[in-house]
Design a protein around this ligand. Structure first.
Ligand code: MEV
Length: 430
């Protein structure tokens, strides 16, 4: 029986193998899952990799960390994160602890509806084809649904047809048909693209036009995940700064992102810092989610913050994040990559929607961690220790020397490759 408690105190200070033992005790994972997460044995064989993409010559490794302290809809969750940037896993875990003090994250999501687009040009009467296309809605849906038997068998598939007309464009007028598809637990790109390609000839026949592009839209604004977090001011207290003061600083940080696209871009990057690592760990298409996120952030016509922060009557800080999250737990790399399979098991998700909801919590947590640091001691303070370790590693430090060289550089506030090399020579000679 596992512990199922993500509040793993002292996890940060353990060596990797002991951390892995604690992850094992979180239950549901067998030995091969543990090995896949650890990456000690070859988890992705070159043969498998060679089937995933083209011109394969090898494999690329990244660290897998585990974010702790997350409580989502009352359930404790350990979140695997694959990422190269220091402080992201620590920041998300720290923020999740603050949110935990306010009752944890609450989430919801829409159905997994995605849009496929078929572009039609040289349509004789663009304004009138809408009627013709919609009059054949049933035939279009039937043809689309004939392309993906498995999705239909599970209750998903093409649900609706919509028509948009663009009277002008650099090349002239065009009609764009939207096919709305319920992708259930798949990300859905393959199914949607096949459907779009299949219905294009029928649309050409109905409109007398010519179909060019037949592809999904990554602005998946009907496939949204939402998270809400309440942080009591007491949980924000740190290094002698009162919680209320930190909350005030965070509200100014959010306000900055709300009004200024230059700041909103960085603020949203901080949100994606929490999401992309989960997408990578679970074998999902992070470029698709990135594209959708930023387009959604500009949906009002002006690019702004994806998250919203406010204070409730009790003085708690309340954060919400709603954004498109087109993720899958079946098909693609989620199925082929053993570590992705183990990561999904560790997360304990049974649907793509549950995974999307966890992602959005990780995003909100990263956002909170970044704003808290920025509004108080600054981002460099937390970064410095880990950055110094990377410089020490790059200078050739191994074992205990990594921490020792890093510690000294932070103490001296000189974190430079040349200083790391000097310290290394000095310590090796000692
Ligand atoms: C760095 O990876 C992310 C931050 O820049 C996000 C932010 O500024 O909110 C710290």
């Amino acid at each position: 029986m596992g512990t199922k408690n993500s509040r793993l105190q002292g996890f940060y200070n353990l060596p990797p193998l002991q951390r892995l033992e604690l992850v094992r005790s979180f239950d549901g994972l067998n030995e091969s899952d543990i090995q896949a997460l650890h990456g000690s044995s070859i988890t992705l064989t070159i043969d498998r990799a060679d089937k995933m993409i083209e011109n394969v010559i090898g494999m690329f490794n990244l660290p897998t960390g585990v974010a702790t302290n997350f409580q989502i809809n009352g359930r404790d969750v350990l979140i695997p994160m694959v990422v190269e940037e220091p402080s992201i896993v620590a920041g998300a875990s720290y923020a999740a602890r603050m949110v935990r003090a306010g009752g944890g994250f609450q989430t919801s999501s829409t159905e997994s509806l995605m849009i496929g687009q078929v572009q039609l040009v040289q349509v004789a009467d663009p304004e009138r084809v809408q009627e013709t296309i919609l009059a054949h809605r049933g035939d279009i849906l039937k043809l689309a649904n004939a392309q993906s038997r498995s999705l239909i068998a599970l209750g998903g598939g093409a649900r609706d047809v919509e028509v948009q007309t663009f009277p002008t464009s650099p090349m002239g007028p065009m009609v764009v048909v939207h096919l709305v598809v319920d992708c259930l637990d798949a990300m859905g790109a393959n199914a949607i693209n096949s459907m779009c390609e299949a219905i294009a000839p029928l649309l050409e026949m109905l409109t007398g036009g010519r179909a060019y592009l037949r592809i999904l839209s990554n602005l998946s604004d009907r496939r949204l995940a939402r998270a809400r977090a309440v942080v009591p001011p007491a949980a924000l207290e740190r290094n002698g700064i009162r919680g209320e003061e930190v909350a005030e600083g965070i509200m100014w940080a959010y306000s900055f992102a709300a009004v200024d696209p230059y700041r909103a871009t960085t603020h949203n990057k901080g949100i994606m810092n929490g999401i992309d690592p989960v997408l990578i760990a679970t074998g999902n298409d992070w470029r698709a989610v990135e594209a959708g996120a930023h387009a959604y952030a500009a949906r009002s016509g002006r690019y702004t913050s994806l998250s919203v922060w406010e204070r409730d009557e009790a003085g708690n800080l309340v954060g919400t994040l709603e954004m498109p999250l087109a993720v899958g737990i079946v098909g693609g790399a989620t199925k082929v990559h053993p570590t992705a399979q183990a990561a999904l098991k560790l997360l304990g998700v049974r649907s793509a929607r549950e995974l999307a909801e966890i992602c959005v919590c990780a995003g909100l947590a990263s956002n909170l961690a970044a704003m808290r640091a920025l509004a108080t001691e600054g981002i460099q303070c937390g970064h410095m220790g880990l950055h110094a370790r990377q410089i020490a590693l790059a200078a050739g430090a191994t074992g205990n020397l990594v921490d020792e060289v890093a510690r000294r550089m932070v103490e001296e506030r000189v974190i430079k490759p040349a200083r790391a090399e000097e310290l290394l020579t000095e310590l090796r000679g000692a």
